[in-house]
Structures are given as structure tokens and as C-alpha cells.
Design a protein around this ligand. Structure first.
Ligand code: ATP
Length: 269
């Protein structure tokens, strides 16, 4: 762990598509650079202060922090949905796809229709849309439910459609704001496996916001911890092959991060 931040956080990512933890000797180019990012709404207290981080192309970063510490605000800034009050950032020129806790599907459209709409907004023609939507439905293992509407799908299935719709936007950066928080533990575990597979297959850069330390360790190659108000990167951990293959080691890391998170929550209670 390093807790001498804020300094710029950099690690070489692993190679997507070649196993989650196949380390890359050479660092990839940065996908997202955050430099001294600050955010204050109106005349209120700062929500974010001096946030520094670099996320490399193809990297999977979990962003962890107490409720209200500014995780969603930071994601909104990276997505270009909000502007920072201080600092500078670099993001991919073709923007980011966003996935939220609520699937936010159009209820009158089928699973296929929701995905095809995202493709249509990209200007894709009808035949190509149909073919691409079929591929994406297969990728999230929903080929058999293509014609169902959201109310006919379970919560986990709706999030799969939302994930396919995010991928339909074909952006290299995927921002996920607690996408599985409302799901039961078993469904969440299944979706963790699916997301890891899809990340490896698509090579997306993913920033995944969560409150859940176990989820952060399960998915992230790197876990960043934001302090409570003002939010700032106060610690980071690399999740190694050993953590992945050895449940005891993963448990130790989860306990260590939980301890640090509790410390942050207490400090601001
Ligand atoms: N548009 C806004 N105007 C004023 N205050 C805001 C706005 N958006 C967020 N905030 C405040 O900024 C703080 C951080 O909110 P944010 O949603 O980013 O936290 P979070 O870490 O994502 O929380 P949670 O984990 O509970 O979702 C909160 O105190 C919130 O009330």
C-alpha cells in the first residue's frame, strides 16, 4: 500500500485479453490523467480537493470511498458531465460510456431495442445495427432474451443489457458507478465473472466506483481509496495474481483496505 498520496498514481496495467494478471512490462499510454482536481458546488465546502491519478489504457481501476466522499462527482467530471473547479484532466477524445446503479433502460423497448438505439445514435445502419446488437447480446449472454422488455427481465439481466448498451457506444473508457450495488450477492458474483471476461475480451479501460471492498479487490487491478470530504486519493493497492488465486491473501488485502476505509470514515465522522 502507498498512503503518501496525493502524488500521481501510476502502475503498468496488465494485458487485457491475455489473462487478467498477465503483467505488461512496459507501461501503456495514459487513458485518464487527473491533476490536482478540485470541486466545490456553489459556495459550499470542497467535495474534491487535489485529486491526482493516472489510469492507463486497458486498466481496470476500482475507486473506493465512504458515502458522500465525491466518487460520483469525480466520475461525472471524467465523463465531462460536470466541470472541475480546479485542476486539469486528460480524457480520451472520443469520450466515455457510463453505466449506473439503475439500468435506466427505456421500458417500451426490448433488450435488443435498447442496444440498437445506442447504435442508431452512432449513425449505424439498420442491418449493421441488428448484427452488432446480436453480438453484444451474446457477449452479455442474453441472446435468448433479446425480445424481452425490461419489466420481463431480472435485475441482473437488466444490468447486463445496460452493460451491452454501454459497450454499444464503442468508447474506449467505461465508467461504472456502483452498477451491481442493487443486486443480490449471488447475481453480483456472476456479474463479476462476466464483467471480468468482457473486460478481457474488449480491452476497455474501466473505472469502477463501489462502496464494497470485496468487490473492489475482486475486480480491480488497482484499488484507489478516496478520503472522506474533501475527497482525495489517500491510498492505493495493486491487486496481484496471488490475491486472485489465493482466497486467504485476498481476504488479508480486503481486511487491510477495510481498516483504512474505516479509519477514513472515523476521521470525518
Ligand atoms: N449537483 C450538486 N450540487 C450540490 N452538491 C452536490 C451535487 N452533487 C453532489 N453534491 C454533493 O457532493 C458530495 C459528494 O457526492 P457524490 O455523489 O459525488 O458522493 P459519492 O461518494 O458518490 O456518494 P455515494 O457513495 O453515497 O453515492 C455530497 O455531499 C453531495 O451532496
Amino acid at each position: 500500500m502507498s498512503n503518501s498520496l496525493p502524488t500521481t498514481v501510476e502502475t503498468a496495467p496488465e494485458e487485457p485479453g491475455r489473462g487478467r494478471l498477465a503483467r505488461q512490462p512496459a507501461a501503456r499510454p495514459a487513458a485518464v490523467v487527473l491533476e490536482n482536481i478540485g470541486k466545490r458546488f456553489d459556495k459550499g465546502l470542497p467535495v474534491l480537493d487535489d485529486v491526482n491519478a493516472v489510469v492507463r489504457q486497458g486498466e481496470f481501476v476500482a475507486l473506493l470511498g465512504a458515502s458522500g466522499c465525491g466518487k460520483s462527482t469525480l466520475l461525472n467530471i471524467i465523463a465531462g458531465l460536470d466541470t472541475p473547479s480546479a485542476g486539469a484532466l486528460e480524457v480520451p477524445s472520443d469520450g466515455a460510456a457510463f453505466m449506473f446503479q439503475d439500468s435506466a433502460l427505456f421500458p417500451w423497448l426490448s433488450a435488443r431495442g435498447n442496444i440498437e438505439l445506442a447504435l442508431k445514435l452512432r449513425g449505424m445502419g439498420r442491418a449493421e445495427r441488428h448484427a452488432r446488437a446480436s453480438e453484444l447480446l451474446d457477449l452479455v449472454r442474453l441472446g435468448h432474451s433479446a425480445d424481452k422488455r425490461p419489466h420481463e427481465l431480472s435485475g441482473g439481466m437488466r444490468q447486463r443489457v445496460a452493460l451491452a448498451r454501454s459497450l454499444a457506444q464503442d468508447r474506449p473508457l467505461l465508467l461504472m458507478d456502483e452498477p451491481f450495488a442493487a443486486l443480490d450477492a449471488i447475481t453480483r458474483d456472476l456479474l463479476h465473472d462476466e464483467l471480468e471476461r468482457i473486460w478481457a475480451e474488449t480491452g476497455r479501460t474501466i473505472i469502477f466506483v463501489t462502496h464494497n471492498v470485496r468487490e473492489a479487490v475482486r475486480l480491480g487491478q488497482r484499488v484507489l481509496l478516496l478520503s472522506s470530504r474533501p475527497g482525495r486519493v489517500v491510498a492505493q493497492w495493486d491487486v496481484s495474481e496471488e490475491h486472485r488465486t489465493n482466497a486467504g491473501k485476498a481476504g488479508e488485502l480486503t481486511s487491510e483496505i477495510t481498516g483504512k476505509l474505516r479509519e477514513e470514515i472515523r476521521r470525518h465522522a
